[in-house]
Design a protein around this ligand. Structure first.
Ligand SMILES: C[S@@+](CC[C@H](N)C(=O)[O-])C[C@H]1O[C@@H](n2cnc3c(N)ncnc32)[C@H](O)[C@@H]1O
Length: 281
């Protein structure tokens, strides 16, 4: 029996079996398709230590869908997901890009071995080849993929937590973000900068508590422009998917804008500063 979860623009089907059982069920490539409502990805492998796609995952896929026309024109040759969890995001990206001629290479990383395994299963079940690498951020890929990646997608551990929880094993690593939820994010950004090609794009989920404006300024100093592709908020909470891209002149534009802009008139000030995330409760 399958539970179909219908969301704003994403439909995922989750077989109601545990990981071991679901393995036996995969006998051939599962149908995956992009509909007008979004990506349809079947979660073929569930594990208590692997993050199951949640509102933030769906927001990231919605952002990719919203930018799909640009992504298709962008013609990426190499795409990478950092912190792949179940494999839902990278498989959705591959599905929405389509690639009859198999010219696009997909990579995914995670520090959790169960997540790496889940991503292998999810992608294989949908006929997508993803090279899954068990590594911290993407450190072991640095030399191999330096300046080669055209699209990076990240739904990082962003929940503000005590610093000791950052880097813990298993499911805790999915959410524990340390002070302001920034400990892992701040380590991801320079790695991404090193990996992105000249035309590279980064899509990253952030919470208001992560001080996204500050993140955009930091990336601005590295020469990146940014914009919010998707924003989800309630009275209490706000989550954004931000797209970053290199723009040579933008570094200067950003610096002059940042010099005159106060935090209170920023484009983020309209959003609540309380946390979006409820998984920890
Ligand atoms: C919020 S979950 C997102 C999972 C999946 N991308 C999604 O959106 O459904 C964050 C993921 O990042 C992984 N992660 C945490 N710290 C990491 C690190 N230092 N390097 C690589 N992956 C990490 C976690 O194990 C987890 O799978």
């Amino acid at each position: 029996m399958e539970h179909n979860i219908e969301l704003e623009s994403v439909s995922i089907s989750i077989p109601s079996v545990r990981a071991g059982e679901s393995e036996k069920r995969i006998v051939s490539k599962l149908p995956s398709k992009i509909t007008s409502r979004g990506a349809q990805i079947h979660l073929v492998s569930r594990h208590p230590e692997v993050y199951e796609p949640c509102d933030d995952s769906f927001a990231l896929v919605d952002a990719l869908l919203a930018d799909r026309t640009n992504l298709l024109e962008h013609k990426p040759m190499l795409c990478l997901e950092i912190g792949c969890g179940s494999g839902y995001i990278i498989t959705s990206l591959a599905t929405m890009l389509g690639d009859e001629t198999n010219t696009i290479q997909y990579f995914a990383t995670d520090i959790n071995p169960h997540a790496a395994e889940a991503t292998r299963k999810t992608s294989e079940a949908h006929g997508v080849h993803v090279e899954v690498v068990l590594t911290d951020i993407a450190l072991s890929l640095g030399k191999r993929l330096s300046r080669m990646v055209d699209v990076v997608v990240v739904n990082p551990p962003y929940v503000p937590t005590p610093e000791e929880e950052v880097g813990c094993e298993g499911i805790t690593a999915s959410w524990a973000g340390g002070e302001n939820g920034r400990s892992v994010i701040d380590r991801i950004l320079p790695v991404v900068d090193e990996l992105l090609s000249e035309k590279g794009w980064l899509y990253m989920v952030t919470l208001t508590a992560n001080k996204p404006l500050q993140i955009c300024r930091m990336m601005g100093e590295r020469g990146y422009a940014s914009r919010i592709v998707v924003q989800r908020s309630t009275e209490e909470e706000s989550l954004h998917v931000i797209k970053f891209w290199r723009e040579v002149d933008e570094a200067m534009k950003w610096q002059s804008r940042a010099a005159t802009q106060t935090a209170s008139d920023s484009w983020f000030s309209q959003f609540s500063r309380s946390t979006f995330w409820r998984r920890n409760n």
